[in-house]
Write a protein that binds this ligand. Structure first.
Ligand code: ADP
Ligand code: MG
Length: 637
């Protein structure tokens, strides 16, 4: 039998290695910037065109390369950073594998200009898919100027796999943010398609955080600082009340390197337990310094996964430092967490109904400041016809009962066990219920003599008596559902009517959010949003969807952008519409804690019961709960 094993040619080996190291334009940015940092640069400029597809350029003022080194740098396993395996355990540089440039040159066209400090002339080297095209002396600035053009030009499959520009750009920006954060002493600049998205001077870590993520964070950061023989930890945590439901800023760094470390992440979260709502996440920026001998960064080609020898003691040191930071802040005048954190318990809670009735809305954030809205304006846009008080609910209930209590298809198997609506006949609420003290106040809000068949409890639930028991409705969820159905209907028609805002609202976004917004602004204008980019971080909103008076359009817009950042970019139109509609509905819906007049309560129930599936929200949360007459009777046995 003939021998079949051959060594792969270098160009092929490099392409394979590139598959691991260079996954997308953001990986190129990471490798080039890390090289610039390793070269001792104090100023680094990143320039991209078409989200890195046509150009990624990194210009530094670091130590530069001689002409031989420039050539050598593109050989596989060529590195100036380690000499032997021992050195792996005392790394102080970002790079060491000597793979990045070889990999990049295998899948792109490279144009490098570099000159060591003090030299008279530099060198220019052009490489095309691993093949050196030319190398010539050239007058250039000290430092390195590396252009990587047409990434994956010779691997059409990889090129096709790139996501749309806004997504790749947002990945690049996230990578850039990490690099700039972990190197606060270096000047950084980021230019995309000729517009400057970031420019910041070397400074402290705190200043760098503000430069990157907005001055608004200034008042939100609590310093963390501890120094032990095993580890020093410096950085900041966000105040508990600034925890975010989405896109929390969470950064862990070790020895000047960004890292992913689920175990330490968990340590941080644990310190915030019971201080923030369970669906929210704290911001944190924590930088560890350890003896390089005690970590292993060589477990993954992207060098983001890091193994610590002293994981357990570091966990303890970390949690102690964070608790101390929170403690100092708590000692000052602040929030009484006991009060804001306690979930409200619904009034009626027969045992076997408990799983439904105490279900807590995970989107509820007790820290958010809700501005009470004009109660007259809650009810929605023009298509939200008023049916008026005293319309024939019995008939509506009949229709409702006739419908299966199965949730809409997207929620799958969730059913509502034990909900037997029997023969519902309206009776006077007062005859069936003695309201608790909170409800008493809302009963008092009824305008004189007005007849209503509902009462409001805790400014949160609407209760209504029926012949077979009591129906309890969560007011916020009910209104989300009603608004959602209207909005989704309008979006499906293609163009939601839009309403000009008298004084256009100016708001600011992070560069990554801006990139997404530019990308989806066309689709959004189909939904009634009109906005324009003002430059820098600022946008202005001139029209909003004419859907509900109560919607805070900027809040809704940001939540749409955030949803979009997390969704796959090629999600189908239907899903896009539902998620936009849900964002709008949530922002426009009456809140928990909002007092409703008798007319408003009746109107809401009326609208709700006319929907085909009134009992669950689009994301599967229970809206209506029944307490049967038998259950009531059982309470008094
Ligand atoms: P590594 O960073 O792992 O050593 P790279 O392939 O990224 O491997 O780089 C190879 C070598 O090229 C580096 O070790 C360094 O000597 C040189 N080099 C790369 N980029 C620069 C730069 N911007 N300035 C100076 N030298 C550089
Ligand atoms: Mg490198």
């Amino acid at each position: 039998m003939t021998d079949v094993i051959r060594l792969l040619p270098d160009s092929v080996a490099n392409q394979i290695a590139a598959g691991e190291v260079i996954q997308r334009p953001a990986s190129v940015v990471k490798e080039l910037v890390e090289n610039a940092v390793d070269a001792g640069a104090t100023s680094i400029k990143v320039i991209v065109k078409d989200a890195g597809r046509s150009l990624i350029q990194v210009v530094d003022n670091g130590k530069g390369m001689s002409d031989t080194d420039a050539r050598m740098a593109f050989e596989r396993h060529a590195t100036s950073k380690i000499v032997n395996a021992e050195d792996l355990f005392s790394l102080r540089t970002m790079g060491f594998r000597g793979e990045a440039l070889a990999s990049i040159a295998a899948v792109a066209q490279v144009d490098l200009r570099t000159m060591p400090k003090g030299a008279e002339v530099g060198t220019r080297l052009i490489i095309n898919g691993s093949i050196v095209e030319s190398q010539e002396p050239e007058a250039c600035a000290a430092g390195t100027n590396m252009m990587v053009k047409n990434l994956f030009f010779n691997i059409p499959v990889r090129r096709r796999f790139l996501k749309r520009d806004s997504v790749e750009l947002s990945n690049i920006l996230r990578e850039f943010e990490r690099l700039a954060l972990v190197n606060p002493g270096i000047d950084f600049e980021f230019i995309n398609n000729d517009s400057t998205m970031h420019r910041m001077l070397g400074s402290s870590m705190k200043q760098r955080i503000l430069d990157l993520f907005g001055k608004g964070l200034d008042k939100q950061l609590l310093p963390v600082s501890t120094s032990t023989p095993i580890v020093s930890i410096e950085g900041f945590i966000g105040r508990p009340e600034n925890a975010r439901k989405r896109n929390a800023l969470q950064y862990l760094m070790v020895n000047g390197r960004h890292m992913r470390h689920p175990y330490f992440h968990k340590a941080v979260l644990m310190c915030f337990e019971n201080l923030i709502p369970s669906d929210s996440q704290p911001n944190y920026f924590l930088s560890f310094t350890v003896d390089p001998q005690t970590i292993d960064v060589n477990i993954h080609p992207t060098k983001n996964e890091i193994k610590f020898e002293n994981e357990t003691p570091i966990w303890q040191i970390l949690t102690a430092a964070i608790k101390e930071a929170i403690g100092k802040f708590n000692a000052g005048p602040g929030i009484d967490f006991d009060i804001v954190d306690a979930p409200e318990i619904p009034v009626f809670r027969p045992d076997h109904m408990a799983e439904h009735s105490i279900e807590i809305d995970t989107s509820y954030n007790p820290f958010r400041q809700e501005t009470p809205k004009n109660p007259a304006s809650w009810s929605g846009g023009d298509s939200f016809k008023k049916t008026g008080v005293g319309s024939d609910w019995d008939q509506l209930y009949e229709e409702f009962i006739g419908k299966p209590t199965v949730v809409e298809s997207q929620i799958g198997t969730a059913t509502s066990p034990g909900l037997d609506f029997g023969e519902l006949k309206m009776e006077s609420a007062e005859a069936m219920l003695i309201p608790d003290d909170n409800a008493g106040s809302s009963a008092g809000s009824r305008s004189g003599g007005e007849e209503s068949s509902t009462i409001q409890v805790k400014n949160r639930y609407i209760l209504s008596a029926t012949a077979s028991g009591v129906m309890a409705v969560d007011q916020h969820r009910a209104h989300v559902k009603v608004l959602y159905e209207q909005i989704v209907g309008r979006l499906a028609e293609g163009s939601a009517p839009s309403q000009r805002i008298m004084f256009p609202e100016v708001f600011s976004l992070t560069p990554a959010q801006s990139a997404v917004l530019s990308d989806i602004s066309d689709r959004l204008s189909g939904c009634g949003f009109e906005m324009s980019y003002l430059g820098g971080e600022s946008w202005s909103l001139s029209s909003q969807p004419m859907i509900s008076d109560g919607i805070n359009p900027v809040e809704a817009l940001i939540s749409i952008i955030e949803d979009y950042q997390h969704a796959r970019p090629d999600d189908d139109v239907g899903k896009w519409r539902s998620s936009v509609a849900l964002s709008l509905a949530r922002s426009g819906a009456i809140k928990r804690g909002q007092k409703l007049s008798a007319e408003e309560r009746d109107h809401l129930i009326n609208e709700l019961l006319q929907l085909p599936t009134p009992n669950y929200t689009p994301d599967g949360k229970l809206i209506i709960s029944m307490i049967s007459a038998d259950e009531l009777a059982a309470m008094f046995r």
